[in-house]
Design a protein around this ligand. Structure first.
Ligand code: HSE
Length: 447
């Protein structure tokens, strides 16, 4: 059978990896796919560099639309990223009847609904394993391997840059700014790391996973997004003393309706205390991992490299193989884009952050004088917040000009509605004995 023809748009890190993996493993890949997979066209702005990479094996063009216009091309692989030109090219490729493989999580998290609808109309596949957690086949696991399950929740370390920074902060007791500079010097963090450190990249990935886990549309605009820029070494140290590590988690959780809280989906990215004994808490450096809890299977864990040339290429090539196998199947015989049939999506809504229920770590810098602890716990009790543990430690630095004794009060709570916690924090902050802004970090037991 004739090899399936692939046009690659963008031959940077992942594109180069894709080209190399396909070449190196072509014999095994062909035995799996049932036919060859050949990159026959490559589009890149730097045509000379692209030509040097691919040699005579593919036609190199500067204009990606030449790939889309070529009737011989079956699959377009989009590896340029972003929402602008990438969206136009993906939509044009779909309109031209091409199947699409993309690693572009931002594009799918924000414009996925439009893209999948267009692909459905045209009867083409859009595959995106590389968009979430690089080489870890988490999309395949959620969409196919766990298809028997009602997924209850998933939580993942899905951004390597921030996990590297947090690991370094904990290992070396350093603050965020210092570690970020070092990470940039070593090439672990981008020159502009905003999307990573502010949690946006993780939220794109969590949004895509939430859609597949619960059969809801991608709704990045409803995700709560908080990064790691405000974390201090002190809180990492206190968390450690309490038996926790701090990780940036992407969380998607089904919340059943109760007498006091509405039902829906929690979709959130923020630093979280995780019990140190959990496997997820021990995922270090730039590695990624996702825990998925299904009602039948129980807890499952997926671990691996979330970025890099060949790990991400591994996911891209897996999608190419899937398309090669399914290209002659009817649309009904293929796996739906978001795991659920397009006409069977759920209207389960994404909960506002105020309706999220979780437990908390609070750190209050307080005046060290009689009655302070009683006042603090009194306010919390008055709002129905149950305390799990309290720790008092002398803080590293004195705050304010006053040399009266002061101390750090660290409080762990049981599950509380976020809206209630916001009210409690406002009341606590108003106490004259609370001397600095309260630090609040959410806590996930992941049990
Ligand atoms: N910038 C991402 C990370 C890799 O640091 O994990 C690609 O998603």
């Amino acid at each position: 059978m004739k090899a399936i023809q692939v046009g690659l748009i963008g031959i940077g890190t992942v594109g180069t990896g894709t080209f190399n993996v396909l070449q190196r493993n072509q014999e095994e890949i062909q035995r799996r796919a049932g036919r060859g997979i050949a990159i026959t066209m490559v589009a890149d702005l730097d045509t000379a560099r692209a030509q040097a990479l691919v040699g005579n094996s593919a036609q190199v063009v500067g204009d990606a639309r030449a790939i889309i216009a070529n009737p011989e091309i079956d699959i377009v692989v989009e590896l340029i990223g972003g929402y602008g030109i990438a969206k136009q090219l993906v939509m044009e490729a779909i309109e031209a009847g091409k199947h699409v493989v993309t690693a572009n999580k931002a594009l799918l998290a924000v414009h996925g609904t439009e893209i999948f609808a267009a692909a459905h109309r045209k009867g083409v596949m859009v595959m995106f394993e590389a968009a979430v957690a690089g080489g870890i086949p988490i999309i395949k696991a959620l969409r196919e391997g766990l298809t028997a399950n009602r997924i209850q929740w998933l939580a993942g370390i899905i951004n390597g840059t921030t996990n590297f920074i947090l690991s370094e902060m904990r290992d070396k007791g350093l603050d965020f700014d210092v570690v970020l500079k070092e990470a940039q010097r070593l090439g672990y963090a981008e020159a502009d790391p905003t999307f990573d450190i502010e949690g946006v990249d993780a939220a794109h990935k969590a949004t895509i996973m939430s859609a597949i886990a619960f059969g809801i549309p991608v709704q990045f605009d409803k995700a709560h997004v908080e990064g790691i820029t405000k974390l201090g070494a002190q809180d990492i140290k206190y968390a450690e003393q309490l038996g926790y590590r701090i990780k940036l988690l992407g969380i998607a959780k089904r919340r059943e309706k109760t007498a006091t809280t509405p039902g829906g989906v929690e979709l959130r990215v923020h630093p979280s205390l995780v019990p140190a004994k959990r496997l997820l808490a021990n995922v270090e450096g730039a590695m990624n991992a996702v825990v998925v809890q299904g009602d039948a299977v129980g807890t499952t864990l997926y671990y691996g490299k979330g970025a890099g040339s060949e790990p991400t290429a591994s996911a891209v090539v897996a999608d190419l193989v899937d398309i090669a196998r399914l290209v002659d199947a009817s649309a009904q015989q293929r796996v739906p884009y978001l795991a659920f049939q397009p006409d069977a999506m759920s209207d389960l809504h994404v909960l506002p952050m105020s309706d999220v229920v979780t437990s908390y770590y609070l750190r209050l810098r307080v005046a060290d004088e009689p009655g302070v602890l009683a006042k603090v716990t009194g306010i919390m009790a008055g709002m129905g917040i149950s305390i799990d543990a309290v720790l008092q430690r002398e803080g590293d630095e004195v705050v304010g000009a006053n040399d009266a004794p002061q101390t750090d009060l660290i409080i762990l709570t049981h599950d509380t509605r976020e809206g209630t916690m916001n009210e409690a924090m406002a009341a606590l902050q108003a106490l004259p004995t609370v001397l600095a802004p309260i630090v609040r970090i959410r806590k996930e037991e992941l049990a």
